[in-house]
Ligand binder design. Structure first.
Ligand SMILES: [Mg+2]
Length: 395
Protein backbone atom coordinates (compact mmCIF):
# COMPACT_ATOMS: atom_id res chain seq x y z
CA UNK A 1 0.00 0.00 0.00
CA UNK A 2 1.46 3.40 -0.93
CA UNK A 3 2.01 5.79 1.98
CA UNK A 4 -0.91 8.25 2.24
CA UNK A 5 -0.36 11.94 1.76
CA UNK A 6 -1.71 14.78 3.88
CA UNK A 7 -4.91 16.28 2.57
CA UNK A 8 -5.91 18.89 5.16
CA UNK A 9 -4.68 20.53 8.33
CA UNK A 10 -7.17 22.35 10.57
CA UNK A 11 -6.54 24.33 13.75
CA UNK A 12 -9.12 24.87 16.48
CA UNK A 13 -9.23 26.49 19.85
CA UNK A 14 -11.20 25.48 22.92
CA UNK A 15 -11.52 26.94 26.42
CA UNK A 16 -11.79 25.40 29.87
CA UNK A 17 -8.93 23.31 31.26
CA UNK A 18 -7.50 20.53 29.11
CA UNK A 19 -4.19 21.35 27.44
CA UNK A 20 -4.33 24.89 28.82
CA UNK A 21 -4.40 23.45 32.32
CA UNK A 22 -4.12 26.87 33.95
CA UNK A 23 -7.55 27.72 32.51
CA UNK A 24 -9.44 26.48 35.59
CA UNK A 25 -12.36 27.74 37.67
CA UNK A 26 -12.06 29.67 40.92
CA UNK A 27 -10.59 28.03 44.01
CA UNK A 28 -8.25 25.62 42.19
CA UNK A 29 -4.91 24.96 43.92
CA UNK A 30 -3.08 25.83 40.66
CA UNK A 31 -4.06 29.48 41.03
CA UNK A 32 -3.77 29.94 44.80
CA UNK A 33 -1.11 32.56 45.57
CA UNK A 34 1.66 30.83 43.61
CA UNK A 35 4.99 32.61 43.34
CA UNK A 36 5.64 34.03 39.85
CA UNK A 37 7.88 36.67 38.27
CA UNK A 38 4.79 38.96 38.40
CA UNK A 39 4.40 38.55 42.17
CA UNK A 40 6.59 41.60 42.77
CA UNK A 41 3.41 43.52 41.81
CA UNK A 42 1.00 43.01 44.74
CA UNK A 43 -2.07 43.18 42.48
CA UNK A 44 -0.86 40.09 40.58
CA UNK A 45 0.27 38.06 43.60
CA UNK A 46 -2.84 36.12 44.54
CA UNK A 47 -3.87 34.87 41.09
CA UNK A 48 -1.86 34.00 37.98
CA UNK A 49 -5.00 34.35 35.90
CA UNK A 50 -5.04 38.05 36.82
CA UNK A 51 -1.91 38.64 34.77
CA UNK A 52 -3.23 36.47 31.94
CA UNK A 53 -1.75 33.01 32.41
CA UNK A 54 -4.89 31.53 30.84
CA UNK A 55 -5.25 33.98 27.93
CA UNK A 56 -4.20 31.55 25.22
CA UNK A 57 -6.51 28.57 25.67
CA UNK A 58 -5.97 25.23 24.00
CA UNK A 59 -4.79 24.63 20.43
CA UNK A 60 -6.18 21.54 18.68
CA UNK A 61 -4.41 20.51 15.47
CA UNK A 62 -6.17 18.01 13.25
CA UNK A 63 -4.40 16.48 10.24
CA UNK A 64 -6.30 14.39 7.71
CA UNK A 65 -4.57 11.96 5.35
CA UNK A 66 -5.63 10.93 1.83
CA UNK A 67 -6.85 7.56 3.15
CA UNK A 68 -9.19 9.31 5.60
CA UNK A 69 -7.08 8.71 8.73
CA UNK A 70 -7.08 11.68 11.10
CA UNK A 71 -4.30 12.48 13.54
CA UNK A 72 -4.67 15.17 16.16
CA UNK A 73 -2.98 16.73 19.16
CA UNK A 74 -3.68 19.35 21.80
CA UNK A 75 -1.34 21.87 23.39
CA UNK A 76 -1.56 25.50 24.48
CA UNK A 77 -1.63 28.36 21.98
CA UNK A 78 -5.29 29.06 21.29
CA UNK A 79 -6.32 31.53 18.61
CA UNK A 80 -2.90 33.02 17.73
CA UNK A 81 -1.55 29.49 17.28
CA UNK A 82 -4.50 28.70 14.99
CA UNK A 83 -3.48 31.65 12.82
CA UNK A 84 0.12 30.39 12.59
CA UNK A 85 -1.04 26.89 11.58
CA UNK A 86 -3.64 27.97 9.03
CA UNK A 87 -1.92 30.99 7.49
CA UNK A 88 1.72 29.94 7.60
CA UNK A 89 2.52 26.30 8.47
CA UNK A 90 -0.22 24.59 6.41
CA UNK A 91 1.85 25.01 3.23
CA UNK A 92 4.58 22.70 4.60
CA UNK A 93 2.10 20.05 5.74
CA UNK A 94 -0.53 19.61 3.03
CA UNK A 95 0.67 17.49 0.11
CA UNK A 96 3.51 15.91 2.11
CA UNK A 97 3.61 12.16 2.86
CA UNK A 98 2.57 11.20 6.38
CA UNK A 99 6.14 9.95 6.89
CA UNK A 100 7.67 13.38 6.15
CA UNK A 101 7.79 14.36 9.84
CA UNK A 102 11.45 15.39 10.02
CA UNK A 103 11.28 17.44 6.81
CA UNK A 104 8.07 19.20 7.89
CA UNK A 105 9.62 20.09 11.27
CA UNK A 106 12.72 21.53 9.63
CA UNK A 107 10.64 23.60 7.21
CA UNK A 108 8.28 24.88 9.95
CA UNK A 109 11.18 25.87 12.18
CA UNK A 110 13.32 27.55 9.55
CA UNK A 111 10.40 29.35 7.89
CA UNK A 112 9.38 30.91 11.24
CA UNK A 113 12.88 31.89 12.42
CA UNK A 114 12.23 35.57 11.69
CA UNK A 115 9.47 35.66 14.32
CA UNK A 116 9.74 32.33 16.10
CA UNK A 117 12.56 30.38 17.81
CA UNK A 118 10.73 29.86 21.15
CA UNK A 119 7.44 30.53 22.94
CA UNK A 120 4.15 30.57 21.05
CA UNK A 121 5.63 29.59 17.69
CA UNK A 122 7.32 26.53 19.18
CA UNK A 123 4.10 25.65 21.04
CA UNK A 124 2.40 25.70 17.66
CA UNK A 125 5.10 23.69 15.89
CA UNK A 126 4.90 21.19 18.78
CA UNK A 127 1.15 20.83 18.29
CA UNK A 128 1.56 20.11 14.59
CA UNK A 129 4.42 17.69 15.25
CA UNK A 130 2.42 15.72 17.84
CA UNK A 131 -0.53 15.52 15.43
CA UNK A 132 1.83 14.20 12.73
CA UNK A 133 3.13 11.45 15.06
CA UNK A 134 -0.45 10.57 16.00
CA UNK A 135 -1.39 10.38 12.32
CA UNK A 136 1.59 8.24 11.26
CA UNK A 137 1.08 5.84 14.15
CA UNK A 138 -2.62 5.52 13.33
CA UNK A 139 -1.87 4.86 9.66
CA UNK A 140 0.52 2.12 10.81
CA UNK A 141 -1.96 0.92 13.47
CA UNK A 142 0.71 1.11 16.16
CA UNK A 143 1.15 3.13 19.35
CA UNK A 144 3.52 6.10 19.05
CA UNK A 145 5.94 4.47 21.51
CA UNK A 146 6.45 1.62 19.02
CA UNK A 147 7.65 4.18 16.44
CA UNK A 148 10.11 5.52 19.05
CA UNK A 149 11.85 2.21 19.61
CA UNK A 150 9.43 0.57 22.00
CA UNK A 151 9.15 0.48 25.81
CA UNK A 152 12.34 -0.03 27.84
CA UNK A 153 10.37 -0.90 30.98
CA UNK A 154 7.06 -2.58 31.81
CA UNK A 155 5.50 0.39 33.56
CA UNK A 156 5.81 4.07 34.28
CA UNK A 157 6.16 5.33 37.83
CA UNK A 158 5.00 8.85 38.69
CA UNK A 159 5.53 11.68 41.07
CA UNK A 160 2.58 14.01 41.62
CA UNK A 161 2.55 17.78 41.23
CA UNK A 162 0.03 19.58 43.40
CA UNK A 163 -0.82 21.09 46.73
CA UNK A 164 -1.10 17.80 48.67
CA UNK A 165 1.99 15.56 48.55
CA UNK A 166 0.66 13.83 51.69
CA UNK A 167 -2.42 12.64 49.79
CA UNK A 168 -0.27 11.80 46.75
CA UNK A 169 1.76 9.46 48.94
CA UNK A 170 -1.41 7.65 50.01
CA UNK A 171 -2.33 7.36 46.32
CA UNK A 172 0.90 5.49 45.55
CA UNK A 173 3.05 8.20 43.96
CA UNK A 174 6.83 8.18 44.53
CA UNK A 175 7.02 11.88 45.36
CA UNK A 176 5.17 15.15 45.56
CA UNK A 177 6.07 18.51 44.05
CA UNK A 178 4.64 21.58 45.71
CA UNK A 179 4.13 24.95 44.10
CA UNK A 180 6.13 27.65 45.89
CA UNK A 181 3.76 30.25 47.31
CA UNK A 182 6.00 33.14 48.32
CA UNK A 183 8.71 34.93 46.36
CA UNK A 184 11.44 37.44 47.14
CA UNK A 185 8.96 40.35 47.31
CA UNK A 186 7.53 38.79 50.48
CA UNK A 187 11.00 38.82 52.01
CA UNK A 188 12.11 36.68 54.96
CA UNK A 189 8.57 36.23 56.26
CA UNK A 190 7.63 34.58 52.95
CA UNK A 191 10.79 32.44 52.97
CA UNK A 192 9.86 31.23 56.45
CA UNK A 193 6.35 30.32 55.27
CA UNK A 194 7.81 28.39 52.33
CA UNK A 195 10.00 26.39 54.72
CA UNK A 196 7.14 25.90 57.19
CA UNK A 197 4.94 24.33 54.51
CA UNK A 198 7.76 21.98 53.57
CA UNK A 199 8.28 21.11 57.25
CA UNK A 200 4.58 20.33 57.61
CA UNK A 201 4.60 18.09 54.53
CA UNK A 202 7.80 16.32 55.60
CA UNK A 203 6.12 15.59 58.91
CA UNK A 204 3.14 14.07 57.13
CA UNK A 205 4.97 11.96 54.52
CA UNK A 206 7.93 10.63 56.52
CA UNK A 207 11.59 10.57 55.54
CA UNK A 208 11.73 8.60 52.31
CA UNK A 209 9.06 10.24 50.16
CA UNK A 210 10.41 12.74 47.62
CA UNK A 211 9.46 16.37 48.11
CA UNK A 212 10.25 19.04 45.52
CA UNK A 213 9.57 22.74 45.12
CA UNK A 214 8.45 24.26 41.81
CA UNK A 215 9.37 27.94 41.78
CA UNK A 216 7.89 28.86 38.35
CA UNK A 217 10.74 31.21 37.30
CA UNK A 218 10.07 33.49 40.28
CA UNK A 219 13.28 33.73 42.34
CA UNK A 220 16.73 35.30 42.17
CA UNK A 221 20.01 33.46 42.77
CA UNK A 222 20.43 34.68 46.33
CA UNK A 223 16.89 33.76 47.44
CA UNK A 224 16.94 30.44 45.58
CA UNK A 225 20.26 29.53 47.19
CA UNK A 226 18.96 30.28 50.69
CA UNK A 227 15.70 28.41 50.12
CA UNK A 228 17.35 25.37 48.54
CA UNK A 229 20.12 25.12 51.12
CA UNK A 230 17.76 25.25 54.11
CA UNK A 231 15.14 23.05 52.45
CA UNK A 232 17.71 20.37 51.65
CA UNK A 233 19.45 20.51 55.03
CA UNK A 234 16.32 20.52 57.20
CA UNK A 235 13.69 18.75 55.11
CA UNK A 236 15.54 16.70 52.49
CA UNK A 237 14.26 18.59 49.43
CA UNK A 238 14.86 16.42 46.34
CA UNK A 239 15.07 19.20 43.76
CA UNK A 240 14.42 22.90 43.26
CA UNK A 241 12.60 23.48 39.98
CA UNK A 242 12.69 26.44 37.63
CA UNK A 243 13.98 28.78 40.32
CA UNK A 244 15.02 31.51 37.86
CA UNK A 245 13.76 33.11 34.64
CA UNK A 246 14.52 30.80 31.71
CA UNK A 247 16.84 33.29 29.96
CA UNK A 248 19.15 33.48 32.99
CA UNK A 249 21.50 30.61 32.07
CA UNK A 250 24.28 32.30 34.05
CA UNK A 251 22.10 32.45 37.16
CA UNK A 252 21.23 28.76 36.87
CA UNK A 253 24.92 27.86 36.57
CA UNK A 254 25.65 29.92 39.69
CA UNK A 255 22.71 28.40 41.61
CA UNK A 256 23.85 24.90 40.77
CA UNK A 257 27.36 25.69 42.06
CA UNK A 258 25.85 27.20 45.22
CA UNK A 259 23.48 24.46 46.36
CA UNK A 260 24.54 21.45 48.47
CA UNK A 261 25.64 18.28 46.70
CA UNK A 262 22.73 15.85 46.62
CA UNK A 263 20.08 18.48 45.91
CA UNK A 264 19.16 18.58 42.23
CA UNK A 265 18.55 21.77 40.27
CA UNK A 266 15.97 21.25 37.55
CA UNK A 267 14.63 23.43 34.76
CA UNK A 268 13.62 23.50 31.09
CA UNK A 269 9.82 23.61 31.27
CA UNK A 270 9.82 26.94 29.40
CA UNK A 271 12.88 26.16 27.25
CA UNK A 272 12.61 25.11 23.61
CA UNK A 273 14.59 23.28 20.92
CA UNK A 274 17.90 21.43 21.00
CA UNK A 275 19.72 24.78 21.04
CA UNK A 276 18.01 26.03 24.19
CA UNK A 277 18.75 22.75 25.96
CA UNK A 278 22.31 22.79 24.66
CA UNK A 279 22.77 26.05 26.57
CA UNK A 280 21.40 24.50 29.78
CA UNK A 281 23.58 21.40 29.42
CA UNK A 282 26.85 22.96 28.31
CA UNK A 283 26.62 25.76 30.87
CA UNK A 284 25.97 23.13 33.58
CA UNK A 285 22.75 24.83 34.66
CA UNK A 286 20.96 21.78 36.07
CA UNK A 287 20.92 18.08 36.93
CA UNK A 288 17.57 17.26 35.40
CA UNK A 289 15.88 18.77 32.31
CA UNK A 290 12.11 19.05 32.03
CA UNK A 291 11.09 19.86 28.45
CA UNK A 292 7.36 20.03 27.78
CA UNK A 293 6.73 18.02 24.61
CA UNK A 294 3.85 20.35 23.73
CA UNK A 295 6.09 23.42 23.92
CA UNK A 296 9.73 22.44 23.22
CA UNK A 297 9.19 21.39 19.59
CA UNK A 298 7.21 18.16 19.84
CA UNK A 299 8.39 14.55 19.82
CA UNK A 300 10.71 15.21 16.87
CA UNK A 301 12.68 17.78 18.88
CA UNK A 302 12.38 15.96 22.21
CA UNK A 303 14.25 12.99 20.68
CA UNK A 304 17.20 15.31 20.02
CA UNK A 305 17.00 17.05 23.39
CA UNK A 306 16.92 13.69 25.20
CA UNK A 307 19.90 12.37 23.25
CA UNK A 308 21.88 15.49 24.08
CA UNK A 309 20.97 15.19 27.76
CA UNK A 310 21.92 11.50 27.74
CA UNK A 311 25.37 12.34 26.36
CA UNK A 312 25.76 14.82 29.25
CA UNK A 313 24.67 12.17 31.78
CA UNK A 314 21.47 14.05 32.68
CA UNK A 315 17.92 12.85 33.29
CA UNK A 316 15.03 13.96 31.10
CA UNK A 317 11.69 14.08 32.91
CA UNK A 318 9.22 15.90 30.65
CA UNK A 319 6.84 18.42 32.13
CA UNK A 320 3.19 17.31 32.33
CA UNK A 321 1.57 16.71 28.92
CA UNK A 322 -0.09 13.39 29.66
CA UNK A 323 0.00 10.79 26.84
CA UNK A 324 2.32 12.95 24.74
CA UNK A 325 4.94 12.53 27.46
CA UNK A 326 4.09 8.95 28.47
CA UNK A 327 4.73 7.51 24.99
CA UNK A 328 8.16 9.13 25.05
CA UNK A 329 9.19 8.45 28.65
CA UNK A 330 8.48 4.73 28.38
CA UNK A 331 11.02 4.49 25.52
CA UNK A 332 13.96 6.33 27.18
CA UNK A 333 16.61 4.93 29.52
CA UNK A 334 17.35 8.39 30.95
CA UNK A 335 13.70 9.10 31.84
CA UNK A 336 13.23 6.80 34.85
CA UNK A 337 9.97 8.35 36.09
CA UNK A 338 7.24 10.72 34.91
CA UNK A 339 5.26 13.70 36.17
CA UNK A 340 1.55 13.62 36.88
CA UNK A 341 -0.28 16.91 37.38
CA UNK A 342 -3.02 16.63 39.98
CA UNK A 343 -5.79 18.53 38.21
CA UNK A 344 -8.50 17.95 40.83
CA UNK A 345 -9.11 21.39 42.38
CA UNK A 346 -7.99 20.19 45.82
CA UNK A 347 -5.35 17.74 44.54
CA UNK A 348 -7.15 15.03 46.47
CA UNK A 349 -7.83 12.50 43.70
CA UNK A 350 -6.48 11.40 40.33
CA UNK A 351 -8.31 12.86 37.33
CA UNK A 352 -7.16 12.78 33.69
CA UNK A 353 -4.65 15.59 33.16
CA UNK A 354 -6.27 16.97 29.99
CA UNK A 355 -9.85 16.53 31.18
CA UNK A 356 -12.33 17.32 29.67
CA UNK A 357 -10.77 17.59 26.20
CA UNK A 358 -9.54 14.02 25.72
CA UNK A 359 -11.33 10.69 25.96
CA UNK A 360 -9.58 7.38 26.81
CA UNK A 361 -6.77 9.30 28.56
CA UNK A 362 -4.99 6.78 30.83
CA UNK A 363 -4.17 7.76 34.42
CA UNK A 364 -1.80 6.25 36.99
CA UNK A 365 -3.23 3.59 39.28
CA UNK A 366 -1.35 3.38 42.61
CA UNK A 367 1.14 5.83 41.08
CA UNK A 368 1.92 3.49 38.19
CA UNK A 369 0.88 2.86 34.60
CA UNK A 370 1.46 -0.38 32.71
CA UNK A 371 3.05 -0.05 29.26
CA UNK A 372 0.05 -1.99 28.00
CA UNK A 373 -2.18 1.01 28.92
CA UNK A 374 -0.47 2.77 25.99
CA UNK A 375 -1.02 0.16 23.30
CA UNK A 376 -3.85 1.77 21.28
CA UNK A 377 -2.84 3.23 17.88
CA UNK A 378 -1.39 6.75 17.84
CA UNK A 379 -1.34 8.44 21.24
CA UNK A 380 -4.42 6.37 22.05
CA UNK A 381 -6.76 9.24 22.84
CA UNK A 382 -9.82 10.79 21.19
CA UNK A 383 -11.11 14.34 21.15
CA UNK A 384 -14.13 14.71 23.38
CA UNK A 385 -17.02 15.65 21.03
CA UNK A 386 -18.72 17.39 23.97
CA UNK A 387 -16.03 20.11 23.88
CA UNK A 388 -16.98 22.92 21.55
CA UNK A 389 -14.18 23.55 19.09
CA UNK A 390 -13.86 26.88 17.34
CA UNK A 391 -11.94 27.30 14.08
CA UNK A 392 -11.10 31.02 13.99
CA UNK A 393 -9.18 30.95 10.67
CA UNK A 394 -9.20 28.90 7.49
CA UNK A 395 -6.92 28.73 4.48
MG1 LIG B 1 7.22 23.25 36.77
Amino acid sequence: MPMPTIKHVRAYTVRGGGADYHDQGEGHWIDDHISTPMAKYPEYRQSRKRFGLNVLGTLVVEIEASDGTIGFAVTTGGEPACWIVEKHLARFIEGARVTDIEKIWDQMYNATLFYGRKGLVLNTISGVDLALWDLLAKVRQEPVHALLGGPVRDELVFYATGARPDLAKDMGFIGGKLPLHHGPAERDEGLRKNLDLLADMRGRVGDDFWLMYDCWMSLDVEYATRLATAAYRDFGLKWIEEALPPDDYWGYAELRRNVPRGLMVSTGEHEATRWGFRMLLEMECCDLVQPDVGWCGGITELIKIAALADAHGKLVVPHGSSVYSYHFVITRHNSPFAEFLMMAPEADRVVPMFHPQLLDEPVPVNGRMKASALDAPGFGVRLNPACELERPYTH
